[in-house]
Design a protein around this ligand. Structure first.
Ligand SMILES: Nc1nc2c(ncn2[C@@H]2O[C@H](COP(=O)(O)OP(=O)(O)OP(=O)(O)O)[C@@H](O)[C@H]2O)c(=O)[nH]1
Ligand SMILES: [Mg+2]
Length: 600
C-alpha cells in the first residue's frame, strides 16, 4: 500500500509505521479507535508533521498520507458529479502537531471540496491526553446558498468515538438529497473573477479592467462571489494563472459555492480545459462572456446570425476528446445561443451549421447592398455614433431624433444598428445611425463577426465619437475605440468628439482639458445641455466639408449639370470637345455620384 505526501528524507522504519496503518480498521459507524489515534500521533510526535488517514464507511483505511490534509488526492475516491451534493462516503482523520486541534481554514475547505462524511483533527493535550475536534456538513444552506458546516470540540478523542456516524451521515444525506431536487436547473451562476496584471503592458490598471469585467458579468446575469488578481510577467502556459493562485481559487470555490470562473483575458482552449479539470467548475473568458451578452441582446436576424457564428467558431477548438466541459456542466453563460436553443456542441453539426449561417449572412448582405445603393441615391449624408459601451450613444440618438431606441445603464444595450432621419435647424438633413458599443480587449473574432453591422461606420461621412467624460477612464476608452476604428479602416474619417454626461462634471478646467486639441464639444444627452451647439457643429461640418472637383460631363448627361446647379455647386463652366468641363464645390456626401466624371 502506497503512502502519499512528501516522503523525502523519511527513515525506513517510519515509512514502515505509516504503511502499517493500512492494517488497522475501525468498527462500522465509529469515527476512529484508540489504537489508530495512538499510531498516528506517535509518528507525528517523531516528525512534527501531520499524518492523515482516509476511511470508508466499512471502516477500511483507504489512504494514508504525510503532510497537509489539504493536498490529498484520493484515487479511489471518484469525484462526484457537481450536481450530486451528497456526502462522499469517506472521512478524514488527521493530526495537528501543535496540539491545537481546532479545524483550520484549509481543513474546512477540503471538507467542503471533497465532501467528506466528516473531518477530524486530533492531537495531544498535556492534561487531557488525546483530544480532537470534528467538522461536518449540517445539510442546510445559509441565505447565500453556502452549505453550512458544524463543528464539535475540542473534546476528548474518546467522546468523538462515541458519536453514531451512520446516523449522522443518513440525516445529512437526506437533507442534501432534498436540496438536490430544488437546486437542479434554476441554479444561479455564482462567479469568481480572475485577472493577471502584466507590468508595463496595459493601458488599463488591473483594478479598472476587473471592475469592467464585473459589470460585464453582472450584465450577463452572474452573481459575483469572489475576485482574484495576480502580477505576472506572462501568463502560465498551462493554467494562465500561477499554480498557487489556482489553489487559492479552488479553496474559495468551496467557501463560496461558486460554479463559474471568469478570466479577464482570452484563454487558450487548453488553459480553459486544464482549469476546468482542476477546479471542477465551468471556466470562461472575457470573450465568451461578451459573446454570451451579445447572444442575449441580438434582436435582428442578421445580428443573431453573426453572434451565433462567432460563438460556434469560438467553441470549435474548445471541444476536447470528451466534449466541452461546459456541456457536461449544463447550461448558463457560455452555452446560450441567440435563439431559443442551446449552442450546438457536436463537432460535425457545428461545421454544418457554420456553413449554413455563412450562406444566410451572405444572402442578407446582398439585400443590404441594395438598400445602401438606394440611400446613396437620396444623397443624405450618413453620420454614425460610435463610442465606448455605455457612453450614451442611444440616449443621444433618442434625444436628437425624438425616438425611443433602447438605452440602459448596462453594457452593450445596443447591438443592432438603428438609423434615423434627422433635419438639423439650418435644414441640413442627415441620417444618424446608432451602433454597437466598443470595449477594450474586444475580441478580434467579434469585430470580424460584426463587420457587416459596422459597415455603417465604414460608410459614414462623419463620425460622432461619443465619450462618457464622467468615467475616470475616458482617455483609455477613447484609445480603445480608436483601436477598433482602425480595425475597421475608419480611423481617418472626419470625427467630432462628443463629451457626453457633462452634467456629471462641473469643473470647467476639466472640460477644457478634455477638448484640448480635439475637435469636440461637451454636452449632456440627459439634460439637453449644448445640444443646439452640437447640431450647429454637425451642420457646419457639412457646409465646410465641401470637396472641390473638376468634372468632365458628356453632353448626353446634361441632366447632371442641372442637378449640380440645383446643389449650388458649380463654380465655373467650359465647353470642350468631349463634354462640359465644370469646376464644382460639392458636399462630401455628394461626391460618389460624380467621382466617375472627375478629371483627377
Ligand atoms: N448623467 C447622464 N447620464 C447619461 C447621459 N447620457 C446617457 N446617460 C446614461 O448612460 C447610460 C447608458 O446610456 P446608453 O444610451 O444606453 O449608452 P450607449 O452608448 O448606447 O451604450 P451601449 O448601447 O451599451 O453601447 C444610461 O443609463 C443613460 O441614461 C448624460 O448626458 N448624463
Ligand atoms: Mg446603445
Amino acid at each position: 500500500m502506497q503512502v502519499n505526501g512528501d516522503l523525502a528524507n523519511i527513515k525506513t522504519y517510519i515509512l514502515d509505521k505509516l504503511k502499517a496503518i493500512y492494517e488497522l480498521s475501525v468498527p462500522i459507524g465509529q469515527l476512529s479507535t484508540k489504537e489508530l489515534n495512538e499510531h498516528m500521533l506517535e509518528i507525528t510526535d517523531i516528525l512534527e508533521r501531520e499524518v492523515a488517514v482516509y476511511i470508508n464507511r466499512q471502516g477500511r483505511i483507504v489512504q494514508v498520507s504525510l503532510g497537509d490534509a489539504d493536498t490529498v488526492d484520493l484515487p479511489e475516491f471518484q469525484r462526484q458529479a457537481r450536481s450530486d451534493r451528497r456526502l462522499s462516503g469517506i472521512r478524514c482523520i488527521h493530526t495537528h502537531p501543535s496540539g491545537d486541534v481546532r479545524l483550520s481554514e484549509p481543513d474546512l475547505s477540503s471538507l467542503r471540496r471533497l465532501r467528506f462524511d466528516c473531518m477530524a483533527a486530533i492531537g495531544r493535550h498535556h492534561k487531557e491526553g488525546v483530544i480532537g475536534s470534528l467538522g461536518f456538513f449540517t445539510g442546510e444552506q445559509n441565505d447565500e446558498g453556502v452549505e453550512e458546516l458544524s463543528q464539535l470540540g475540542p473534546v476528548k478523542a474518546k467522546v468523538l468515538d462515541q458519536i453514531n456516524l451512520n446516523m449522522l451521515v443518513t440525516v445529512v444525506n437526506k437533507k442534501l438529497g432534498a436540496q438536490n431536487l430544488k437546486n437542479t436547473d434554476a441554479e444561479e451562476e455564482r462567479a469568481i473573477l480572475a485577472g493577471v496584471e502584466r507590468p508595463g503592458q496595459q493601458l488599463w490598471t488591473i483594478e479598472e479592467s476587473m471592475a469592467e469585467l464585473a459589470r460585464l458579468a453582472d450584465t450577463a446575469g452572474a452573481k459575483i462571489v469572489g475576485q482574484f488578481t495576480q502580477r505576472k510577467e506572462k501568463p502560465d502556459a498551462a493554467f494562465f494563472l500561477g499554480k498557487g493562485k489556482v489553489s487559492e481559487i479552488a479553496m474559495e470555490i468551496q467557501n463560496t459555492n461558486a460554479n463559474l470562473l471568469i478570466l479577464d483575458d482570452e484563454l487558450t482552449p487548453s488553459q480553459q480545459h486544464n482549469l476546468e479539470q482542476t477546479l471542477g467548475i465551468k471556466v470562461i473568458d472575457r470573450t465568451a462572456l461578451i459573446l454570451d451578452i451579445f447572444a442575449q441582446r441580438a434582436r435582428s436576424r442578421e445580428g443573431k446570425l453573426q453572434v451565433e457564428l462567432a460563438q460556434l467558431r469560438y467553441n470549435l477548438p474548445r471541444l476536447g476528446g470528451q466534449g466541452l466541459v461546459l456541456s457536461r456542466l449544463g447550461g448558463g453563460i457560455g452555452t446560450r445561443g441567440p435563439g431559443e436553443t442551446k449552442l450546438e456542441v457536436d463537432r460535425r453539426r457545428i461545421y454544418a451549421k457554420i456553413h449554413d449561417i455563412e450562406k444566410q449572412i451572405e444572402g442578407l448582405k446582398k439585400s443590404r447592398h441594395l438598400h445602401r445603393a438606394r440611400r446613396k441615391e437620396s444623397r443624405i449624408p450618413l453620420v454614425a455614433l460610435v463610442g465606448y459601451t455605455n457612453a450614451g450613444k442611444s440616449t443621444l440618438l433618442n434625444k436628437l431624433t425624438g425616438s425611443e431606441v433602447f438605452a440602459e445603464d448596462k453594457l452593450f444595450a445596443t447591438l443592432d444598428p438603428t438609423t434615423r432621419h434627422l433635419v438639423l435647424p439650418e435644414k441640413q438633413e442627415i441620417l444618424l445611425t446608432d451602433t454597437v458599443g466598443f470595449i477594450q480587449k474586444l475580441p478580434h473574432t467579434l469585430v470580424t463577426a460584426f463587420r457587416a453591422t459596422l459597415e455603417e461606420v465604414q460608410e459614414a461621412d462623419m463620425l460622432l465619437h461619443v465619450v462618457d467624460c464622467s468615467n475616470v477612464n475616458f482617455e483609455q476608452q477613447i484609445a480603445a475605440v480608436i483601436e477598433v476604428l482602425k480595425e475597421l479602416g475608419a480611423e481617418t474619417k472626419p470625427t467630432l468628439y462628443v463629451f457626453n454626461k457633462a452634467d456629471r462634471i462641473d469643473n470647467d478646467n476639466l472640460r477644457q482639458q478634455m477638448l484640448h486639441d480635439r475637435e469636440g464639444i461637451c454636452i449632456s444627452a440627459r439634460t439637453g445641455e449644448n445640444l443646439a451647439a452640437l447640431q450647429a457643429k454637425i451642420e457646419g461640418f457639412f457646409q465646410e466639408n465641401q470637396i472641390k472637383l473638376t468634372l468632365l460631363i458628356p453632353y448626353d448627361k446634361g441632366g447632371m449639370i442641372t442637378e449640380l446647379h440645383a446643389l449650388n455647386a458649380v463654380r465655373s463652366t467650359e465647353y470642350v470637345e468631349q463634354g462640359t468641363l465644370v469646376e464644382v464645390s460639392l458636399p462630401v456626401s455628394e461626391k460618389d455620384k460624380y467621382l466617375p466624371y472627375s478629371k483627377e
